[in-house]
Design a protein around this ligand. Structure first.
Ligand code: PH2
Ligand code: MG
Ligand code: MG
Length: 174
């Protein structure tokens, strides 16, 4: 089955919303592994915005990317009360993004894989590197370790207790 790296983020009751999102997600895909989850400062948008929790998981699914995104991920976002508006920095109960889909490279509008944000967001690069330290990115040929090395965990606080609980509850045992 294709391995998909999915970015998870929330800044509205994030502990609870991420747990609910994973409960729904695992009804539709196999959750193989969870990165460390971090408390992160809001990037872009109004500075007064609430902080986020961000992390990345590896899923296995035979769903093609468009279906995974539009029915599964968007479906969970809607069920958790996310309403999309013109404000791309609006607080969100849950955000689920396809970061990598196996070795696929696609540049269609609305379906950029690998997600270009992987290159400039520490809360994506560091977790992906934790989950797959030897990964080579299929679009650029860059090593994820090199991308992650450009970032520091300065603005990221690892949530070890929360991560352990998520792993116990949701990560499929190998
Ligand atoms: N997502 C955003 C904007 N800012 N900041 C953090 N810390 N985490 C996010 O997931 C995030 C953000 C919209 O793309
Ligand atoms: Mg996002
Ligand atoms: Mg998104």
């Amino acid at each position: 089955l294709p391995e998909v790296f999915i970015g998870v983020g929330s800044n509205v009751q994030p502990e609870a919303h991420i747990r609910k999102a994973l409960t729904l997600l695992r009804q539709q895909v196999i959750i193989k592994a969870l990165s460390t989850f971090y408390r992160t400062l809001p990037l872009g948008g109004p500075a007064a915005q609430a902080s986020f929790i961000n992390g990345v998981l590896i899923a296995e699914t035979d769903l093609p990317p468009l279906e995974l995104k539009n029915s599964v991920l968007r479906g969970i976002e809607r069920r958790l009360g996310r309403r999309r508006s013109v404000d791309r920095y609006a607080p969100r109960p849950i955000d689920l993004d396809i970061i990598l889909y196996s070795t696929l490279v696609t540049k269609e509008p609305g379906m950029l894989i690998p997600d270009p944000q992987l290159y400039d967001r520490p809360f994506l690069a560091l977790p992906v590197s934790e989950l797959a330290p030897d990964l080579v990115l299929p679009d650029s040929g860059m090593a994820i370790a090199a991308v992650a090395a450009k970032h520091t965990e300065n603005a990221m606080k690892p949530l070890f207790g929360y991560t352990a609980k998520l792993r116990k509850e949701f990560a499929h045992e190998h």
